[in-house]
Design a protein around this ligand. Structure first.
Ligand code: PMT
Length: 419
C-alpha cells in the first residue's frame, strides 16, 4: 500500500447506504499515507453527514458546484488539478449513468469531467439495479474508457436481497486503488535525480540562491519509485518530506551537489537533473559576517561546476535528462541544450513572468512542459507537478528502451515519426 503514500486522493461519495463505509475508507487511506479530500453529492448527505467526513479526513467537505465561498477556497478546477486519483465509493447506479453521459451538473460529476487523472468507481446498489442491462452497459462503457471498476461484491444487501451489488470492503478497494500507482516499468533500474535549489555562501549568514521548491524533482522521484525504480534523490535545501522508499542525500551548495552526484553516477541507469543549480557563486566567502559599513559592495562571482555536463562527459552512454528553465524562447534554448550537452532528453518549462498560467513555475504546484529528444518533441499541458511526473516517466522509459534496443542491435536510432 506504500504506493498511496503522499498521494492526493479525491473521494467522491454518492447516495447509497454504503456511504457509511466510506468513512472507514478515508481512515484507511490516511493510514496508508494519502491525503484525502471528500466531495459529497446531495444523495450522500441523506445517508451520512458532511461533518463525519470532515472529522475523518481533517479537511472541509466539498459539496456545491456554485458556492462562491467554496470555489474561492478550492474550486472545481483546483480540486481536479489537486487530485492524483479520483475514487468514487460508493458509486450509485445514477452516478454511473451520469458519468457515462459526461454530465457536469453537480460538483462531483464536474470534477470527474475536468480531470485527466485515473478514475476508480466502487459501485453499490440493489442487485436488480446492478443486473439491469442499462447499468451493465454503463459499467462496460466506463471500463472501455479506462475507468477502474472495483467490485461490486456478492452477498446479503441492506434491502434484504442477496446478489451482486454490495460495495467492496474498504481494504479491497484500497488494494486495487494502490495498484493504479504501481507500473513496474523501471523495476531493476536505478534513477539518480537532483532537485531543489542550491545555496552559495556569501558569508556565514547570507547566500545566493533561487526560488526552486524541489516540488518538480520530488514528484519525479516519487513517480520513478512508483514505476519500480531504486531512486537516489540528491536534494538541495527544501522543506519537503522525503517520499517513501527512496534514498535522499541532502546538500546545500552546487559543489556539494556535484560531489554527491559524481559519487553515485556509476550506479545509475538514468540521470534526471531537475535541480535549479546556482550558476555562479562568490569567489570567496569570508568566515566572518560582512559588515554593512560600505555604501556599495561588489561581489566577485565565478561559475559553479555544471553537474549535468560533467556527468555526460564522464558517462557518455548514461541516459541523461536535463531541464531547461527559460523566461523566453523556450523551444530554441531547449533544443540548443539538447545538442550542446548531447542529452537524451530535455524537459523545458517557462519560468518567471512568462509563466503566467503556472505563476512563475518556481514553487508552484502546477507546471506545463515541452519535452524534446533527438528527432521528436511533445507538449504536456498544464497540470499538477505530480501528474506531469507520471506522464514524463513513461516517456523517459520509452526513450530509454529505444536507446537500449538500438545499442543492443548496434544500430543507429533513426527517428521516423515526429510526435
Ligand atoms: O523546484 P520547483 O519549484 O518545483 O521548480 C521546478 C524547476 C523550475 C526548478 C524545474 O522544473 C527546472 O526547470 N529545473 C531546472 C532549472 C535550471 O537550472 O535550468 P537551467 O536551464 O539553468 O539548467 C539546465 C540544466 O542544467 C538543468 O537540468 C540543471 O539541473 C542543470 N545544471 C545547471 C547548472 C549547473 N551548474 N549544473 C547543472 O546540472
Amino acid at each position: 500500500m506504500t504506493q498511496l503514500a503522499n498521494k492526493h486522493i479525491l473521494l467522491g461519495v454518492t447516495g447509497s447506504i454504503a456511504a457509511y463505509k466510506a468513512a472507514d475508507l478515508v481512515r484507511r487511506l490516511r493510514e496508508a499515507g494519502a491525503e484525502v479530500r471528500v466531495v459529497m453529492t446531495d444523495g450522500a448527505c441523506e445517508f451520512v453527514t458532511p461533518m463525519t467526513f470532515q472529522a475523518v479526513s481533517g479537511q472541509p467537505v466539498h459539496r456545491h458546484l456554485l458556492d462562491a465561498g467554496a470555489e474561492a477556497a478550492m474550486g472545481h478546477i483546483e480540486l481536479a488539478r489537486w487530485a492524483d486519483a479520483i475514487l468514487v465509493a460508493p458509486a450509485s447506479a445514477n452516478f454511473l449513468a451520469r458519468l457515462v453521459q459526461g454530465r457536469a451538473d453537480d460538483l462531483l460529476s464536474t470534477v470527474c469531467l475536468a480531470s485527466a487523472v485515473p478514475l476508480a468507481v466502487a459501485p453499490a446498489m440493489n442487485a436488480a439495479m446492478w443486473a439491469n442491462p442499462a447499468t451493465a452497459e454503463n459499467a462496460r462503457n466506463l471500463q472501455k474508457r479506462g475507468v477502474l471498476l472495483i467490485g461490486p461484491d456478492r452477498g446479503e444487501q441492506a434491502c434484504g436481497e442477496v446478489g451482486a451489488g454490495r460495495m467492496s470492503e474498504p481494504a479491497a478497494i484500497l488494494a486495487q486503488l494502490s495498484e493504479l500507482f504501481a507500473t513496474g516499468s523501471l523495476t531493476g533500474k536505478t534513477v539518480l535525480i537532483t532537485a531543489g535549489p542550491t545555496r552559495e555562501a556569501i558569508d556565514p549568514v547570507r547566500y545566493l540562491s533561487n526560488h526552486s521548491s524541489g516540488k518538480m524533482g520530488y514528484a519525479l522521484a516519487e513517480a520513478a519509485a512508483e514505476a519500480g525504480a531504486r531512486v537516489i534523490l540528491v536534494s538541495g535545501p527544501v522543506s519537503l518530506p522525503t517520499p517513501a522508499h527512496l534514498e535522499r542525500i541532502d546538500v546545500v551548495s552546487a559543489e556539494q551537489m556535484y560531489t554527491a552526484v559524481m559519487e553515485r553516477t556509476e550506479q545509475a541507469d538514468i540521470f534526471i537533473a531537475t535541480a535549479a543549480v546556482a550558476d555562479y557563486r562568490p569567489t570567496r566567502a569570508p568566515t566572518e559576517k560582512i559588515k554593512k559599513d560600505q555604501a556599495h559592495l561588489n561581489l566577485a562571482l565565478e561559475k559553479t561546476p555544471d553537474i549535468l555536463a560533467s556527468v555526460k562527459q564522464r558517462h557518455p552512454r548514461l541516459f541523461c535528462v536535463g531541464f531547461a528553465a527559460e523566461t523566453a524562447d523556450l523551444a530554441h534554448y531547449a533544443r540548443a541544450k539538447l545538442q550542446e550537452k548531447r542529452l537524451e532528453m530535455v524537459v523545458a518549462n517557462p519560468v518567471g513572468p512568462a509563466a503566467v498560467e503556472t505563476r512563475g513555475t518556481f514553487g508552484s504546484d502546477t507546471n506545463a512542459l515541452q519535452v524534446f529528444w533527438p528527432g521528436g518533441e511533445i507538449e504536456l499541458a498544464l497540470a499538477g507537478k505530480a501528474q506531469l511526473a507520471r506522464q514524463l516517466i513513461p516517456l523517459i522509459v520509452s526513450r530509454y528502451e529505444t536507446g537500449s534496443r538500438a545499442a543492443a542491435s548496434g544500430a543507429n536510432v533513426v527517428e521516423l515519426k515526429k510526435n
